[in-house]
Design a protein around this ligand. Structure first.
Ligand code: ZN
Length: 244
C-alpha cells in the first residue's frame, strides 16, 4: 500500500472489521488497471475493474452473486439505490479490512480475497448493502455497519465463521450495541423480536432523515439503548440460519 493511502482511510471499527469507508477514493484510481468487464442483467449493470485478479470460476461466481443478491437488497431496502455498480479489485495490502465502498463503487482487496472464495462473497455482499443504505450524515457508523450485516444475514451471504464465532452465542463483555457489524446486527434482530418491524422502521427513518440518534430508541421502545442491550445480552437470544 502506498504510504499516503493510509491517511485517506478512516477506520470505522477495529474489532471484527470487514469494511472501511473511504473519505477520498481518488488515490485508488491510480491503482486500478484500465481493463474492465461489463455485465448487464435485470436492469442492473456490474462493471469489474482489474478482473484478472480472480480466476474465471471465482469471477463467474462473483457475477452471479452480484445479480442475485443486489437485486434482493434493492427490493428489500432501497429501490432507488444505484443500478450500476463498479467493483474494482485493488491490492489492498496493509488495509485493515477486506473491502470498502463509496456510492456506486466497491473496492475489494485482492491480496486478501483472491484465494478465499467464501469471504469474497461475504465481503461483496456486505459492501453491496452499503450501496442501498444511503443514509443521512447523522446516522452513526456503528448503526450503518450493523444494518449492513443485518441485511446481509437475511438476503446476502455470510460465512460460517461469521455465524459461528461471533454471532450465534451470547455476547461477551467486550462488545456492545455500538460494536457494529454482527454484534449490532444480532441486537437488531432481537429488537425485531421484541418490537416487530423495528429494524425496517429504523432503516426507513435513516433513509428519510427522521432518525435522531439521541432519541430514536427511547421514543420507539420507552427504554434507553443501554437498557435494551442489557436485556438482550441476558436473553440467550439465538438465530436460526436463514433459508436461502
Ligand atoms: Zn461496512
Amino acid at each position: 500500500m502506498p504510504k499516503n493511502r493510509l491517511a485517506d482511510i478512516h477506520i470505522l471499527h477495529v474489532a471484527s472489521c470487514l469494511c472501511i469507508t473511504l473519505l477520498n477514493h481518488s488515490c485508488h484510481e491510480k491503482n486500478v488497471a484500465q481493463k474492465q468487464e461489463v455485465f448487464r442483467r435485470n436492469g442492473l449493470c456490474l462493471q469489474i475493474q482489474n478482473p484478472e485478479a480472480l480466476d474465471t470460476f471465482s469471477r463467474s461466481r462473483l457475477v452471479a452473486t452480484f445479480f442475485d443478491r443486489y437485486l434482493k437488497f434493492r427490493e428489500q431496502f432501497n429501490p432507488n439505490a444505484p443500478g450500476t455498480i463498479t467493483v474494482a479489485f485493488i491490492n489492498g495490502i496493509g488495509a485493515p479490512g477486506l473491502g470498502s465502498s463509496v456510492r456506486g463503487r466497491i473496492y475489494l482487496y485482492s491480496s486478501y480475497l483472491r484465494n478465499d472464495p467464501e469471504p469474497l462473497q461475504e465481503t461483496l455482499c456486505h459492501e453491496l448493502m452499503h450501496q442501498v443504505l444511503l443514509y443521512h450524515n447523522d446516522v452513526e457508523k456503528w448503526l450503518i455497519e450493523g444494518i449492513a450485516d443485518y441485511g446481509n444475514y437475511y438476503y446476502g451471504v455470510t460465512t460460517l465463521a461469521w455465524r459461528r464465532d461471533s454471532f450465534n452465542h451470547t455476547p461477551g463483555s467486550d462488545v456492545s450495541w455500538y460494536s457494529g457489524y454482527q454484534h449490532t446486527a444480532k441486537f437488531l434482530m432481537w429488537l425485531d423480536r421484541q418490537y416487530p418491524g423495528f429494524t425496517r422502521s429504523l432503516h426507513k427513518a435513516c433513509l428519510s432523515g427522521a432518525y435522531k440518534r439521541q432519541t430514536y430508541f427511547v421514543d420507539h421502545t420507552n427504554k434507553t439503548i443501554e437498557q435494551l442491550w442489557t436485556s438482550f445480552s441476558k436473553s440467550n437470544f439465538s438465530m436460526e440460519l436463514p433459508g436461502k
